[in-house]
Write a protein that binds this ligand. Structure first.
Ligand SMILES: NC(=O)c1ccc[n+]([C@@H]2O[C@H](COP(=O)([O-])OP(=O)(O)OC[C@H]3O[C@@H](n4cnc5c(N)ncnc54)[C@H](OP(=O)(O)O)[C@@H]3O)[C@@H](O)[C@H]2O)c1
Length: 376
């Protein structure tokens, strides 16, 4: 392992709210449970372009939340409990574009990870250097693609629906609107592992049907079908009570409300700032409860997103720490499969293009990933 440099190249949100490449210091003063990694691969998420376009980002904050890399330094507590050591191959999420911690993001040569929220691959990862079909995590590219989706799936299904890793059957289906999203592909697999729902129903394009069924979906409805709402309502007998809006836009919030049972208590989890107020007043249902949730609460501190200030929710951090311990064996033994990876050649210089493509909805059932290095 080469020595750690004083500075790193990073794709940042500049003062014009554009993505540019800057040189920033490599932070060496680690907190007790932190680890410093040399980033190998980093994956794009919708939140990256949203932070830039909606001016939620800190100025000159490093963009990107999903990464894999190699440990180069560990904090005092990590050194003591030997949970991670220099040279380990790891993957995790960070709050890219953060106003509070602008130096830290995935699209950079180095990043600081929270060891409590980090996966380690004991057999090591290889750098593939090209697209990777969905499957068990064996490559840095695949490993970079899983973190935000999987932790958000844990947060939405585990914490928000049950306040714990669920163990008791609910005798009711779960519907994930957006089965082919990064989040959706993780949520299907997690729901299958939890095994508490009577059925896993997804809404996605039909072209993804065989792939999503291979992950554990039981039934697919195509969102391009003009009768999609009526079809779901009739299939579920107007009894749908567990819904996650894994697309989370102004159309899907209304659609998720429409497919919800008209009589039973219903819980809809929303992944952006959307709730019943975004549903036309005459369509709102008194039996439907919306919950907005954010992975940014994983840090355990207040989150300033500019347009909103989210007070800390330490109980979410606690849950996610226990969730990482719970799910790690499934991630390592290949039960959890990463989403198909499309490698965007060109490294950090291509982050701006990658964000534009995600914003324009170009990615279809796949994750866009860049390699920060050419070899390890
Ligand atoms: N709150 C949080 O902490 C959190 C965490 C992660 C994500 N999110 C949010 O969750 C949403 C999904 O993120 P992601 O990264 O998982 O998405 P993604 O992978 O970028 O989503 C792309 C997929 O969405 C599908 N899609 C687009 N419109 C759809 C619709 N109306 N119905 C069903 N599927 C549709 C596309 O289908 P086709 O293949 O047919 O084009 C495509 O496969 C975003 O709004 C994101 O900001 C929030």
């Amino acid at each position: 392992m080469s020595t750690i440099p004083e500075t790193k190249l990073a794709a940042v949100c500049d003062d014009n709210f554009k993505c540019s490449i800057k040189s920033l210091p490599v932070v060496r003063k680690l907190g007790p449970s932190q680890i410093l990694v040399k980033v190998v691969s980093a994956a794009g998420n919708p939140t990256d372009w949203k932070h830039v376009a909606y001016k939620m980002a800190g100025i000159n904050s490093v963009i990107g939340c999903d990464l894999s890399g190699i440990v180069v330094e560990v904090g005092s507590e990590v050194a003591q409990n030997s949970s991670f050591k220099v040279g380990d191959h790891v993957f995790s999420m960070v709050h890219g574009c953060s106003r509070a911690f602008p130096n830290n993001g995935a699209f950079a040569e180095y990043a600081v990870l929270d060891s409590n929220l980090t996966f380690k691959h004991p057999k090591g990862l290889k750098l593939n250097g090209e697209n990777v079909p969905g499957g068990p995590i064996t490559t840095f590219e695949g490993a970079s693609s899983i973190n935000v989706g999987l932790l958000t799936a844990g947060l939405a299904i585990g914490f928000e629906m049950f306040r714990k890793i669920p163990t008791e059957k609910v005798n009711s289906p779960l519907l994930i609107w957006g089965g082919a999203t990064s989040f959706g592909q993780c949520a299907i697999q997690l729901a299958k592992i939890f095994n508490v729902f009577s059925e896993i129903i997804v809404v996605a394009s039909s072209k993804h049907e065989s792939h999503l069924k291979s992950l554990g979906a039981d039934k697919l409805f195509d969102y391009n079908d003009e009768n999609v709402i009526q079809n779901i309502k009739s299939y579920t007998n107007n009894k749908l009570a567990y819904i996650i809006d894994g697309v989370a836009n102004h159309q899907t919030v209304v659609q998720c409300n429409a497919i919800a049972s008209d009589t039973l208590p219903v819980h809809i989890i929303e992944l952006t700032f959307l709730n019943e107020n975004d549903v036309p007043e005459n369509e709102r249902k008194s039996n439907v409860k919306f919950t907005i949730t954010f992975l940014y609460w994983a840090g355990g501190y207040d989150v300033d997103m500019g347009i909103a200030k989210l007070p800390a929710r330490p109980e979410i951090r606690e849950f996610l720490i226990s969730f990482v311990k719970y799910i790690q064996p499934y991630v390592i033994d290949g039960t959890i499969k990463h989403i198909p990876v499309t490698l965007v050649p060109g490294g950090l210089n291509k982050v701006s293009e990658l964000l534009d493509d995600i914003q324009n909805g170009k990615n279809s059932g796949e994750k866009y990933v860049i390699n920060v290095v050419d070899k390890i």
